[in-house]
Unconditional design. Structure first.
Length: 325
């Protein structure tokens, strides 16, 4: 080989020190994600990927992210979990109670990091918060305990509230725990609870028709893969029928909903990256306590309040973490 050719090869090596297939280098870890939504821009997933990056895990470099989208259908999680396990990932991230249940049914060996799970102990996903046992750990929403607080906030916003509709996925065990909390809290405020259950996107029209007939004075919408996937439809229905509604996550308020009180899902997903990092570095899920949230945000959409002809009490506005106007 000529000296000139050797020089050019040396320069090329300096400019490109890694081979083109470096992404497939041995030792790269594989993380499967069971996600409730669709394959579209998601602040939650962006936060998760950013969180991993801050900890040194970069998709395509030392990590392969295998994201599987349920597209708002909880019945898809069983198949998605089995498909993910077949790829033999080092870890599975499961978003929601149904996703974690599906992952648990699919494997007892692969570590599972749960995200946005209502009550992991009540759902029998872990033995306890401090000592989860088994192959599952992660983050809890503490959602059942917040349900009574949401009823209080809605009663404060709508003092005449006597008939409260609850829109929820009746096939999600985590939602049953929350519904029981709402049903227990409402009577002390003189509120009668009306249940409007759905199982999939096709059942929303029937639920909406039932609301028109039964005329709840206000609405509480529980957040899970099914309702989050249909949040625009839900918000538009509530607005067009002048029904004040409180939601469990701010994603509904960003879509035009009136009120939300709960955890910040984006922050929740970013925190999940720390569990992934610790497990990939050798920690056992059984030894990692389940994290419970300590911060809950009250978000109020004043533009929607005006459209509903509702005057939000000043005391409630003062407690808001964010006001959208």
């Amino acid at each position: 080989m000529k000296r000139r050719d050797l020089f050019l090869l040396s320069v090329a090596a300096l400019l490109c020190p890694f081979p083109a297939d470096a992404a497939d280098q041995p030792g790269k870890r594989r993380v499967a994600v069971l996600y409730y939504g669709a394959a579209e821009a998601s602040a939650d997933l962006h936060a998760f990927v950013d969180g991993l990056g801050e900890l040194g895990w970069v998709d395509g470099r030392n990590l392969t992210l295998d994201i599987r989208y349920a597209e708002g259908r909880t019945d898809r999680f069983a198949e998605l979990a089995l498909d993910a396990v077949a790829q033999k990932p080092d870890l599975i991230v499961a978003n929601s109670t149904p996703a974690t249940q599906a992952a648990k049914a699919a494997t007892t060996a692969i570590p599972i990091v749960m995200v946005s799970v209502s009550d992991p102990v009540g759902s029998k996903l872990v033995a306890s918060f401090a000592h989860p046992g088994g192959n599952i750990t992660g983050l809890s929403q503490l959602a059942p305990e917040l349900s009574a607080k949401r009823v209080d906030i809605l009663k404060e916003a709508v003092p005449s509230l006597a008939r409260l509709g609850v829109l929820w996925n009746v096939e999600n065990l985590g939602m049953h725990l929350r519904f029981r909390e709402v049903s227990a809290a409402a009577p002390r405020l003189g509120i009668h609870v009306l249940s409007f259950g759905v199982r999939n996107p096709a059942e929303f029209e029937e639920a909406f028709a039932a609301m028109v007939r039964e005329r709840p004075r206000a609405l509480l919408v529980m957040a899970d893969p099914v309702t989050l996937g249909q949040r625009q439809r839900i918000v538009e229905f509530a607005r067009s029928h002048h029904i004040p509604a409180i939601y469990e996550t701010r994603e509904f308020v960003d879509a035009g909903g009136l009120l939300s009180y709960g955890i910040n899902l984006t922050t929740h997903f970013r925190r999940a990256a720390t569990y992934v990092d610790r497990i990939l570095k050798g920690a056992k899920p059984a030894d990692l306590p389940v994290e419970q949230p300590t911060q809950f945000d009250l978000v109020i959409n004043l533009k929607t309040a005006r459209a509903l002809g509702l005057t939000v009490p000043h005391a409630l506005l003062l407690r808001a973490d964010q006001i959208i106007d």
